[in-house]
Every structure is written in C-alpha cells, then in structure tokens.
Design a protein around this ligand. Sequence first.
Ligand code: AMP
Ligand code: GLY
Length: 423
Amino acid sequence: MKILVVGGGGREHAIIKAIRKNPAVDVIYALPGNGGIAADAVCVPVSATDIGGIVAFAAEKKVDYAIVAPDDPLALGCVDELEKAGIPAFGPHKNAAVIESSKAFAKALMKKYHIPTARYRTFTRMEEALAYVDREGAPIVVKADGLALGKGVTVAMTVEEAKTAIREMMEGGRFGASGSTVVIEEYLEGPEVSVLSFTDGNTVVPMVSSMDHKRAGDNDTGPNTGGMGTVAPNPFYTPEIAERCMREIFLPTVKAMNAEGRPFRGCLYFGLMITKDGPKVIEYNCRFGDPETQVVLPLLESDLLTVMRAVTEGRLADTEVKFSDKSACCVVLASKGYPVQYKSGCPITLPKTGEGREIYVAGAERRDGKLLSHGGRVLGCTAVGDTLEEAVAGAYGVADAVRFENGFCRRDIGKRALDALKK
Ligand code: AMP
Ligand code: GLY
C-alpha cells in the first residue's frame, strides 16, 4: 500500500512510525515531512496547506490512503478534496473541522446540546467586549475566534490584562481575521486532561488519556507554547471521570455533530478541565494533539492503520482498539528562546535509542548529511515504562543524550502527574 501523510512535525513522525509497523505498507510519503522524518518516509516538498498540490501528488502516485494530521489542511477541506479525487483519507470533512477552527461554533454547539463548558459570550464589537469584562471582573479568559496556533488565548488575572488582550485582538490585528470575533469566558480551575478519541461518527473510542505542559518554563511559568512535553496516562482522569466524560461529553458531542449535519470522522480531541463541578470542555481539536500523540501512539497495541481505515469506513464498532497499561513520557527539546525568538540551523546529533525509546523529530532539516534545527520545537524525546516514574526518567535519559547546544527542555515534565500519584 501507498500511504500519504500530510504534515511535518513530531506528531506526524509518531503517526508515520506507527503506520510503518503494518506489513502491508510499502511506501509512506510525507508532505512536507522534515529532515528527521526523512529516515522513515519519503518527504516531498509540498506544503501542508497546498491542497491542490497534495491532491495532485496523491492522484499521480495513486496513493491508497491519506492521513491528514494538522488543523489547517483539515479546515481547508483537504479530506473532501482527496475524496473527490477518489482517495480515502483519515480526518474530518471541512464542515466538521469547524469544531476546532471556530471557537464560536464550538461554544454554540456545547450550549445548544448541554455539553459542560465554561460560560461565555461572543463579541464582534470591541466596546461591548470591554464593557462585558468590566461587569464580569477578573480572572477571565479572552480567546480569538479562529486558529491562532494555540496562542490566541489570554487567561487574564486582572481586568486591565483582559482589556489589553481584547484591544490587541480586535484593534491591533495581531491575529488577523482570527481576532475579529472574540469569545470571552468564565475562568475555570482544575487539572487539565487531554483525551484523543477515534470516532467514525457513531462509535467513540477514547485513547489513553494524557497531560500536556503548555508553558515554556518549569513550574508552569513563562509564555504559552504549542506544548513542551506530555505524559500518559493522566492520573487525574480516573475511571469515574472517564465514565462521566463518555456520558456527558464524548457521546453527546458526536451526536450533536450528527444532528447538525456535520458528522465527524477522524480523531476528535477533547481538551478537558476537571473542575469541582465535574469535567468541562476547554477546547475541541479536530485532529491528533501535538505532543500528545507522541505519548499516546507508543502505548497503542492495535495496528494504527487498521483502526484509521475502520474510522474512515464507519466500522469502528467492530474494530479492536487496545492500549497497553504502561506509561509514556515525551520531553520536548526546543530552540533556546522559543516561543518568542530563536534561531534555526543549529547542529543536532541524535543518540542511538533502545527498546521503548523514540525520538520524534518536530523541526529539523537535513543539509549535507547533517541534521540542523529548523523551528521552535525540535525533538520529542519519548520513553515507555512500566510506571510513570520509569517513563519520565527514560525520556530525560534520551533528551540528555541528544547533542543540541542551542536546545532547552523543561526539567519538570511529569512532575505534577507523579505528585498526584503519590497522594
Ligand atoms: P485553548 O487554546 O482553548 O486550549 O486554551 C489554552 C489554555 O488556556 C488551556 O490549555 C488552558 O490552560 C487555558 N484556558 C483556556 N480556557 C480556560 C478557561 N475557561 N479557564 C481557565 N483556563 C483556560
Ligand atoms: N497539545 C495541544 C494541541 O495539539 O493543540
């Protein structure tokens, strides 16, 4: 089989490594992939947002199955266009990807179908948004409506901070069209849990839960990033919480999308907060999370390609999806200065990794046989262990064996989860 994977980050590398295990796979094309992914797939310089280019390439190579991993091509209708060209693809159609690409849509959906989430209001006029913040007070959360690379959210601890964020989004044009509508919502408190799920529009199969670490610095300080590390499973996601999530959130969301005429097929990601009133949705993503995928897929015992095709063909109910009961940890090595200002082109030397260890390459290119950093997040150093403690130690063992002088990582990935397990 010929498989095409759209995207070129650590998440795509993890997907490609999992797909490769299927003996029916002859070749994997990554569009565009990266210098590290090139060790596991044929990288082709077509941008992940060049939908016409992707479809043309897939048709020319007679690709059997495509996997569209990032949010942008999904929002642009990449799956729809591939299908029109006769190529089955993993991922939601454009009309379902809106669950991530418009926060205003997602919030309205939850309100209409009584899915627990933070109270909110949507604004298109700045003066009204500012007046609302004055009435509600702080802490309060301000979000740009569209895709803003996970950076369009301000958790404001003061009214002034909230107003500055609103002005920047609605007046300063910091997020372009993404900021012309803002969602202002109630501040929630509690541990965060990421749950990725497979769904074919009828059946929902949650994957092992995980915990992201979004801030750049240790002890959750510094600016928000795309994610500096992950662990799985997430100890705050107890069997009771899982059962409640299925009943109150997962199934109702899938049914709501059907009722809206937007059936969702693909990976539906639930970003949850476990508040004192129970689990609530912070965000939906219409795709695998990054770097959640880098800890979830190493624990998947079933064949990923088989599960994905069952999703696409609506056969998920008859397909086994089994996860190991081990733990995994991914420590991200990023370029110094990320997410603000950093340089690319710094040399990286990867160590040999043993059993249960992987290095997923998120941002690197290969030049004259050398691997050079390219981008903010560069590597995801991952280990599987019998316990979370072993997994965390293993991941840091891998990270510390990498030679990348311009790199840094958080030193406390997994600490919050380990502390919770000790209680
Ligand atoms: P989002 O892009 O919606 O996932 O938001 C990014 C981060 O902002 C989340 O992971 C949370 O840590 C935080 N956040 C978002 N919404 C809220 C909220 N209503 N209350 C508290 N924190 C929030
Ligand atoms: N790690 C969060 C995301 O993929 O959006």
